[in-house]
Design a protein. Structure first.
Length: 385
């Protein structure tokens, strides 16, 4: 009965992109299931009673330099031109991160800041980005002092809170996401396209899934579908779960949010304020900034990190290291024996994808599986509101 149906497991961004492509471009049937009781995975958002759009699983800011991804998602949502900035409390001073020349002048006396700025410009090309672990290798004693300062005040305790590990113990690409900026650029991302879908992420995903060819079942467990015969399976949940954890559980970090409502228009000066060196939470999100929503009240969320525990909390971040990659590769080896099953997404690929990278991977997966066989003739556009 499902022989002509494609099963997509997980209705987050990866699952929705592949499902939409199959349904709209190939005119094939898709059943998309998610164990959560809503679509959009961890991008899920909703409007609360105050009219504020809450990102239930933490702030999601879309950013990409990938034209194809931008064109694809823009069919399903209008994006505003929100450009993300992050403030951090460093020695009691609210300043900007990634650490840049503006941060330098915020946290140091002017004469010292000037001296360090000159040293930075003498040693690094303007407008480049230097990962903290590379910056620490500076031979110059002033730059070494600065690297040490940034390491201790911005990275060390935040990373311990976030990962339970020190910066040198995690994949270098993780701390490189927030490099030292040899410029005055206060933006968190430098991508060409940045913004928040005006209709919300949930609606954007629902728009992608709006098709007579797509059936969406939320609150549905893959185990209930496992023994049915589908044409193809696209699996965006965690690969170890697919194989019933027979080789062991893949480790992840989880996060949780403590939501608070305040009877005043704003709680803080920015959408996200990081607390690298204070408190147990890593950062505070204030949601109304994203869509510039007007309300007498405001809602914030304090973010806490913890180890992922099966059945207890959600998977958020794969912990990419040699040991875990070996385990993941062993699961991939098992997957190679399967016919017509593809793994993708942050959990399926066990990769720290941003939303655009997850979408790009799903588009590539679609190409890989189908494009060689078919001649795509039509693109389907849906109402974005
Ligand atoms: N990080 C840090 N201090 C900060 C911000 C980031 O040490 O104030 C490190 C930390 O290890 C974090 C990583 O940089 O996990 C990546 O940060 P990003 O903000 O990109 O993480 P995400 O928003 O994906 O949680």
């Amino acid at each position: 009965m499902f022989e002509n149906v494609n099963l997509v497991v997980g209705a987050g961004i990866s699952g929705a992109v592949i499902a939409a492509n199959i349904a709209h471009k190939l005119d094939e049937k898709v059943l998309i299931i998610d164990k959560k009781n809503h679509c959009a995975g961890n991008c899920y958002d909703f409007k609360d009673k105050n009219g504020i759009t809450i990102h239930k699983f933490g702030s999601h800011i879309f950013h990409t330099s990938d034209e194809r991804v931008w064109q694809f998602l823009s069919r399903y949502a209008h994006f505003n031109t929100y450009m993300h900035r992050v403030f951090a409390l460093i020695d009691g001073v609210e300043t900007t991160i990634p650490f840049n020349f503006n941060t330098l002048y915020d946290v140091f006396p002017k004469t010292l800041a000037k001296k360090l700025e000159k040293k930075l410009l003498d040693n690094f090309a303007y407008n480049t980005k230097v990962p903290i672990l590379d910056f620490q290798k500076s031979k110059d004693k002033d730059l070494n002092f600065l690297a040490d300062y940034i390491y201790k005040k911005v990275f060390l305790n935040y990373t311990i809170k976030q990962w339970g590990l020190r910066p040198a113990e995690i994949d270098k690409n993780v701390t490189s996401r927030v490099p030292v900026m040899i410029s005055c650029d206060n933006r968190y991302f430098q991508d060409k396209y940045q913004g928040i879908p005006v209709c919300g992420y949930t609606k954007m995903i629902e728009n992608m899934l709006e098709s007579p060819n797509i059936e969406v079942k939320t609150g549905a467990n893959f185990n209930d579908f496992k023994n049915l015969k589908f044409k193809r399976i696209f699996y965006t949940a965690s690969i170890d779960e697919f194989f019933d954890y027979q080789l062991g559980v893949l480790p992840y970090r989880s996060v949780s949010f403590k939501f608070e409502e305040y009877e005043r228009p704003y709680y803080q000066k920015n959408s996200v304020v990081n607390y690298p060196d204070n408190y147990d939470f890593t950062r505070i999100h204030e949601y109304k900034y994203y869509l510039n929503e007007n309300s007498a009240k405001t809602v914030i969320a304090k973010e806490y990190s913890s180890e992922f525990q099966l059945g207890q909390n959600e998977r958020y971040y794969p912990i990419v290291n040699e040991k875990n990659t070996t385990l993941y590769n062993q699961y991939k080896y098992l997957a190679a024996d399967l016919d017509n099953v593809w793994f993708l997404g942050r959990l399926g690929d066990y990769k720290y994808y941003d939303m655009d990278k997850a979408a790009a991977r799903a588009l590539e997966c679609f190409d890989e599986v189908f494009n060689k066989k078919i001649n795509i003739t039509s693109e389907r556009y849906v109402n974005k509101d």
